[in-house]
Design a protein around this ligand. Structure first.
Ligand code: GLC
Length: 437
């Protein structure tokens, strides 16, 4: 009987101790499980990787971004929209990097930014991530445009080269072959203007911005002239052939072949004039082909290499865009997966079919589906393989600023071409000397 009483008592004591401990147990369980829960929830949240891209292209990339996110649900690829002028995007990236903590994990890069961004230490070297065999699949110019000091800082996405667009319907109707030389370009333009086909003959990018330098290297090549020799750093802007190149551009305005407003046009305004049937010829990049094919002039235009002076050859400026990874990103692996996705053949082909942008993988220039849509692609491969580089030097953006300033004054007629080019050459030499010492 006594034993039974003891057992019953200790049972009830046990219950009261358990009752007292309960709040403590609950507290401990909560303290331990909340962080575990947070980690679990966080690991299901996609990681956001950010990149800044010009507005026109940000919109065109939407389907690619959707595909990427569907295949990579753990990554949220966020595109921040930038203005369309490449140098404005460059300025935005530059100030973000200069401020220290750049908000961008990826850098969507114009080919001319590589030396500056790599020399400043803003990008990760990607060379350990890509084999030579893989790089051999891309056009040499696009790969070289991503290299600096033995490192690879940008994987090619889309290539670019300046071309001449012309109204094949008007030329045929009026009995002209597409022009091979600058003087044929002028003559045919004036004839078509006089015969009432068009207000303007030839439209090009004359605004004071990077597109002016890109367009000008083609005219320089056409006159067998050069800007800066990247090996010797010799500056050629004040040589007689380069001055003739400037005079040619000026003459297009003086002779009413190009509208005076051409000195304020970037790519997009010139594309619109062409699409609206206001000009017979246009210098622009291949992206225009896709857009113009969906406009009123569909089937009425064609594309060919730029004309040249008798002493020079047809010049196509090597352009192009690729992806780099910001040095300070917290998500290098996720960023690399985006880079790989953009550079793969499947993505490049889809994007080219959708937009008319040019791939950077050599095999795609002869892809049957692409050639069916863009019959000029095999010829463009040859043009891009012989394209002219803007000087691949770390001080490129300053050199380009100097050229833009003086060239712009010369084509607008506020400075004599010779005087302008002498001053541009002098300042460029000072810039290059300063950065050598
Ligand atoms: C195109 C080219 C780029 C060039 C720019 C100039 O986007 O791909 O290389 O700098 O035009 O406007």
């Amino acid at each position: 009987m006594m034993r039974l009483q003891e057992t019953v008592k200790s049972f009830f004591r046990g219950i009261s101790i358990r009752k007292k401990l309960k709040p403590l147990i609950v507290f401990l369980a909560t303290v331990i499980s909340i962080p575990l829960l947070i980690v679990a929830v966080q690991s299901q949240q996609p990681v956001t990787v950010k990149v800044l891209i010009q507005a026109l292209e940000a919109a065109q990339l939407e389907p690619i971004v959707k595909d990427f996110e569907a295949e990579n649900p753990d990554i949220n690829l966020e595109i921040v929209e930038a203005p369309n002028d490449t140098n404005k995007v460059e300025d935005l990236y530059t100030s973000a990097f200069l401020l220290g903590e750049s908000p961008y994990d990826l850098v969507y890069m114009d080919i001319v930014w590589t030396p500056k961004f790599a020399a400043a230490g803003w990008l990760k070297d990607l060379s350990d991530r890509v084999s030579q065999e893989e790089l051999d699949q891309f056009l040499d110019g696009d790969v070289n445009g991503g290299m600096y000091d033995g490192g690879l800082y940008r994987m090619p996405f889309r290539s670019d080269a300046g071309m001449l667009y012309y109204r094949s319907d008007w030329l045929k109707d009026a009995g002209y072959e597409p022009p091979e030389t600058f003087s044929e370009l002028m003559k045919i333009s004036q004839a078509l203007q006089e015969e009432g086909y068009t207000d303007w003959g030839y439209v090009w990018q004359g605004k004071q911005y990077e597109g002016l330098s890109a367009m000008f290297v083609e005219i320089l090549e056409g006159f067998d002239a050069f800007w800066v020799n990247p090996e010797t750093l010799e500056v050629g802007l004040d040589q007689p052939n380069a001055i003739e190149a400037v005079k040619f551009l000026r003459s297009t305005i003086e002779e009413n072949v190009s509208p005076p407003g051409v000195t304020t046009y970037s790519e997009e305004p010139t594309r619109r004039l062409f699409q609206n049937g206001e000009t017979a010829f246009l210098r622009n990049w291949p992206y225009v082909y896709g857009l113009a094919s969906e406009s009123d002039i569909a089937g009425k235009f064609a594309i060919k290499p730029m004309p040249h002076a008798p002493k020079g050859s047809n010049g196509a400026c090597q352009g192009g865009w690729g992806m780099g990874i910001a040095k300070n990103t917290d998500h290098p692996e996720e960023a690399w997966r985006v880079v790989k996705y953009f550079s793969q053949a499947k993505t490049q082909k889809k994007y080219a079919l959708q937009t008319g942008y040019v791939p950077s993988r050599r095999e795609l220039f002869n892809d049957s589906e692409l050639v069916e849509k863009y019959s000029y692609l095999p010829e463009l491969l040859n043009v891009i393989e012989n394209a002219v580089l803007r000087p691949p030097i770390a001080q490129y953006s300053q050199a380009s600023d100097i050229l833009q300033r003086y060239l712009s004054a010369a084509i607008a007629g506020t400075m004599e071409p010779e005087k302008a080019m002498n001053a541009a050459a002098r300042e460029t030499r000072t810039l290059l000397k300063r950065s050598q010492s």
